[in-house]
Design a binder for this molecule. Structure first.
Ligand code: LMR
Length: 398
């Protein structure tokens, strides 16, 4: 039956974790996958999550959630993106369903796009999270790209981005990272977001925001939703993929949300029913535990306060590691500029290392990172930062 099946290519991100786990070296360092670690390099379960687990334990049954998932979780999640007192929430204009984290939310949207706008394409930034390409490919939505990152300045290529927005056919679909762009750590400024939003309005484009890192850009989830706020104020009907993998550390719980802002309540009801119909043959209904953890935390003012504090602790530790990595490189006398390490934001540093240099990092120093030169800052600790800096210096100096 399966004789013609060739092994699949390794995933460019999760394949790095596999290689890391298989390496017996005691020196090995994993700065591949975007998963938060504490300063001892250990995975973290937030205290607010532990407390929510304690409150939930033994109290609830294990019945199916509705196809659209937990109503409470979705409601709290919308407040984080659209604002606590959003008129769109009050007016029931948002079609929203629980999704299997950010990936699931993007995939549901991509399938929905294909079903109801079968001739449309999706414009994706260069570069982007590798899985975005897989998601829209499998949903059979043709992909186009738009300029985003400037390799020389290691910042945003705003002029080319705006040209691409202007040159795309009217009414195109664009994938935007709401904050803490993955993999580059480069976000548009507030002024630039305003210009992008304005141009989207002129062209009648549709903005689909992937917001996988809300809280990791500034340490404050509300501030990190700025791009969305700007688009909403300008009257766009947008879509958003939200995830609690990173900002609540609920990676394996697969809890997130897909929402689409509609013209009115009637349209939102119709859209939601169609999203549920896409979910039904794929996974029927989403898992319950992660959604309960989220709604328990966000539904309790004290726990929510604790969560916000803990998000900030994570974001601040990463900022501290940016400074430490840059200082270590400068101390080693690297002639290159490492300013971008502290200029970039969120969980990642787009180091500028070439694929060949990355291979040397792995083969000679047992440091595991993606071949595009992305370093997960969350994997850096006070214990490994000088080792990492030394390796970067060695592979980049000649
Ligand atoms: C990453 O970019 O490392 C994360 O989003 C994890 C993943 O699934 O790729």
């Amino acid at each position: 039956w399966w004789g013609s099946v060739e092994p699949a290519a390794k995933d460019p991100i999760l394949g790095v974790t596999e290689a890391f786990l298989a390496d017996p070296s005691p020196d090995k360092v994993n700065v591949g996958v975007g998963a938060y670690r504490d300063d001892n390099g250990k995975p973290v379960v937030l205290e607010c999550v532990r407390e929510a687990e304690r409150r939930i334990a033994g109290k609830l049954n294990m019945e199916y959630l509705p196809m659209g998932g937990s109503v409470n979780m979705v409601e709290e999640t919308l407040k984080l993106a659209y604002g606590e007192n959003s008129e769109f929430i009050k007016d029931k204009r948002i079609a929203a369903v629980q999704a299997l984290s950010g990936t699931g939310a993007c995939r549901l949207f991509a399938d929905f796009q294909k079903r109801f706008r079968p001739d449309s394409q999706i414009y994706i930034p260069v570069p982007t999270w590798a899985n975005h390409h897989n998601i829209w490919r499998d949903a059979q939505v043709p992909q186009r790209t738009f300029h985003y990152y400037h390799p020389e300045t290691k910042g945003l290529d705003f002029a080319s981005l705006m040209d691409d927005v202007k040159n795309a056919p009217n009414g195109s679909f664009f994938l935007l990272h709401a904050c803490a762009h993955n993999p580059t750590g480069v976000d548009p400024s507030e002024e630039q977001w305003k210009e992008i939003s304005y141009q989207f309005k002129v062209k009648g484009h549709f903005a689909f925001f992937d917001m996988a890192y809300q809280g990791f850009a500034s340490g404050d989830p509300e501030r990190d939703a700025k791009s969305i706020k700007i688009f909403l104020e300008d009257g766009h009907l947008i879509g958003i993929a939200q995830s609690y993998a990173k900002n609540m550390g609920l990676y394996g719980q697969r809890v997130g949300c897909l929402s689409l802002l509609c013209e009115d309540e009637k349209q939102a009801v119709a859209v939601k029913s169609q999203l549920q119909q896409i979910a039904r043959p794929m996974y029927s209904n989403p898992p319950v535990q992660g959604a309960l953890i989220v709604s328990t935390i966000l539904g309790d003012p004290e726990l929510k306060k604790l969560w916000l504090k803990e998000v900030k602790v994570m974001a601040d530790r990463i900022i501290g590691m940016r400074t430490a990595l840059r200082e270590n490189l400068e101390k080693l006398g690297s002639p290159l500029s490492w300013e971008h390490i502290t200029n970039q934001i969120g969980m990642f540093c787009y180091s500028g290392l070439t694929p060949e240099q990355v291979d040397r990092m792995t083969n000679e120093f047992h440091i595991y990172m993606t071949r595009n030169g992305r370093i997960s800052m969350a994997g850096i600790t006070t214990g490994n930062v000088s080792y990492l800096a030394n390796a970067i210096h060695e592979v980049s100096k000649s």
